[in-house]
Design a protein around this ligand. Sequence first.
Ligand code: URA
Length: 336
Amino acid sequence: MNSEFSALLADVKEQILYLQELGAENFAVELPEFDDSRFAVQDSKLKTQNSATEISQQRLERFIPDVEILKKAAEPILKAESDETKNTRRSLLESTKLSRLPSLPKRTSTFSSFTNNNKPIASREKEMANIPTEEVPQDSLFGDFKPTLAESNETLEEIRADIGNCTRCPLHEGRTKIVHSTGNQQADLMFVGEAPGADEDAQGVPFVGRSGQLLNKIIESIGLKREMVFVGNINRCRPPGNRTPTLPEAKTCKPFLLREIAIVRPKIIVVLGNTACQNLLETKVGITKIRGEFQDYFGVKVMPTFHPAYLLRDPSKKREVWEDMKKVRDELNKLQ
Ligand code: URA
């Protein structure tokens, strides 16, 4: 029943998008009364959460719909839905003009958010196929519909103010300075690392130590300058002894980065190393497997590559990073 509901919802969304492309602004379609009080429990639960991190997560949901919340909210409705209501819903939909329009994936779209470099969705799905199937929601309420980053109306300063003198996770205990993201707010290209090291912790600026020097060379290798890009980390406080941030630590800090991504709206994000890649893309696939192929993050192209610190330990891996950066450069040129 869940998958039928998903398919139906995806179809309606496709049809509405198609109509929007044709210029339609208002839709007079009679559908059964929707009792949204059934979402109230979920909603009030969200509203009573009051830790700062949870509020940030909540604010984030203004930009990025949370599929799990939608699914949970729909569960009781799906259970309660009798076959009769299901059939009524289907026949109402079939009786509208919507159902006679071709479905979105079967036609060429001019709606750039739903194509990947003008390739239809089907080929994007193929490109995404290198992510193991368990990482791709199989029974998503969105179906073929891929949510994209919504416009953000906040500023980077507001995010910093929200972070404040953060004590949301244990990493605050050992930090000297919070290391906020820096760079060009209009950047087409963004780099995401793991967490600050000793130099970054001392200066409060990301990627200023040895890894940062190498990152600058990587940026320059494709004809750009550090001040032209935007640079941030999954975590803003230095983990003790430069250990990898734990999952709860990463989950606590990441929402601020996601809010910055929604403001900067880069065309490409390069994720540096395993931690950045796995946390941003919410995948368990290792960097060695996934690097070098563009992935999708809400319509933004993401290139996973090795972390500069890894290159300092094993310079022979620079060749792979160079190959990945050439792809980034070519894609940026195409997207101009
Ligand atoms: N390594 C990172 O991942 N981020 C920094 O800012 C510095 C080193």
